[in-house]
Write a protein of this length. Sequence first.
Length: 635
Amino acid sequence: MLNRDNDIILFLFAGLLAVLVPSGAVSQDLSFLSDTTHYLWPTEASPFISSTFGETRKAHFHAGLDIRTWGREGYKVYATRDGVVERLGISPRGYGKVIFLKHDDSSYSVYGHLNRFEESLMTLADSIRMQDYSFLLDMDMDEENIRVSQGDLIGFTGSTGIGPPHLHFELRTPDNKPFNPLLTNLSVEDDLPPVFTEIAIEHLDPETYHINTLETLRPRQTAGNYDFGSISASGPVGISVNVHDRANRTPNIYAVYELSLVLEQDTLFYSRVDSFGYGQASQMFIDRVYPLLRENRGGFQRLYLVNGNELPFYRTDNNRGIADLPEGTYDLDVIAKDFYGNKSTGSLNLVVTGREISPAGEITAIPAYPRHQIKSGMENSVSFGELQALPVNVPLLSNPETAAGPYHEQPNFETPLVYSRESTVKRTGMKLVPGKRQILYLPDQTIWIDFSKDALFDTLHVDMLVSEWDNLPVIRFSPSHIPLKKSAYLNIILQNPPVDPEVTGIYEFDSRQNKYGYKGSGFSASVLRAKIGQLGEFHVRQDQSSPYVGPPRIEKDLSGATVVNIPITDEVSGIDYHRSLVEVNGRKGIVEYNPDKNRLTYYRPGFNPLEKNRIEVWVYDRLGNLTHRLFEDIQ
């Protein structure tokens, strides 16, 4: 059943939305919800949430509610509605151990990061995994036809996948799009208004609407309102805000539900986050101001629409939310609301002076990417039809692992960063446009990056600088750490072949943390290749060190089963849990990997240790280096 308060909110904004211009995105259709649809709170752990729907994550939007479990595991998880177990999943990342239920109206509920499933479901999952001792599971359960009733026990809370102990609870529409669970009868106690921490003003070029400069201001709070003072501008500006919500009796902060930008009596921008498609989740990068997200992790939400934004959240005026005004003084208000209508207002006085170019009228395009900063002096590109001109025609890697890494400061290619063992050797650049497959390559065609037609949010002028460090390539892009809509492929032919190509890979360098992240690269037809999610800084490195394997411990898990836990680490390319193996007293078992706890767990249903046990461990890293250890007389 829809919340009565939510019905009122939707009615009050009906007139507002009628005068705003749709963004062009698909509407958020939640018509399957009815007055008779009732959901049960899915766990006994607590009635509190630690994260809400639509929050900023590393490279996507949060798709559900995170329910607090007080740092502990093992609380009961219940079916929120009648339904059928449609899918079971087990993985060291993502949702970890996860259950998908399909309800009678064809909508879904998802329960992630579980410690384990309910006993009969766990037995079924184990019977499948024990066939080949596989840790991973992605099991379609349609043929099993396992029905559950609302309130049935289906699992126990845990911390598998990503993050500390909590329950990730997600609701999806019949077409598998996540929607805000608070749109149902589910609710949390919340009478606290949102809190503004900063506002950002992006001064835009009056002709191209690229960002020229960016300022941030902190407010003075008086009587529940936030006063950001006055700021001067000589051209169009885009506004973004860092604002969060709170709920009663919990320290966590959340994303706000609604945002409006009002210029005196005119609403320039309005957003409400009810639902989105998984294919749109990475557009978090252009919904937020990613330079600020990169620098301080601040979730500044843009109150205007840039090119490539297809999210179904927005309504804007004819200028896409940009304040493009003639000389004068203007009052701007940002109104933030949480789901329950608690409201805060941030006020800004905008003074437009020295305007040399008159406002352009209707604004139809706002660049998502920064302007071109470097003149490369050469342009090398190839269309799809010319791909055979490259030295080799390499097939796409079938499924290289990848994740968009953290941002760091942009390198200055006019005065390139040069290490003591590094020499600058080559540079190239080109203009890229979305909707077309394009390849940027060096003149000697030894290094190229392959952009699919869906790789970009917007037109991008990009430069690639290649140097060598200890005879291995270092590739830097400008602008730096630009997020991609879809991954691209970086290809390298090594001119100075490494001693052992089997331990050579591509790594992304994070200067903020001074660390490298292996990109899941591999050789194909003599080409070193990796899938990348953003344009940053990439190094070819060798990993000739084997993983660390510590002494095993025989312990009980939360279900009471006996397991063997083995501490392991690999600081270079990371653990290859697919190949790693553990035998106890000569018998194989399922080897589970927990990257947060840096351990392997030997799990075998019905395992009973001897008084003294022989444990043999083979642990591989992702470039094939092996550590083999034998432990005798383990009790």
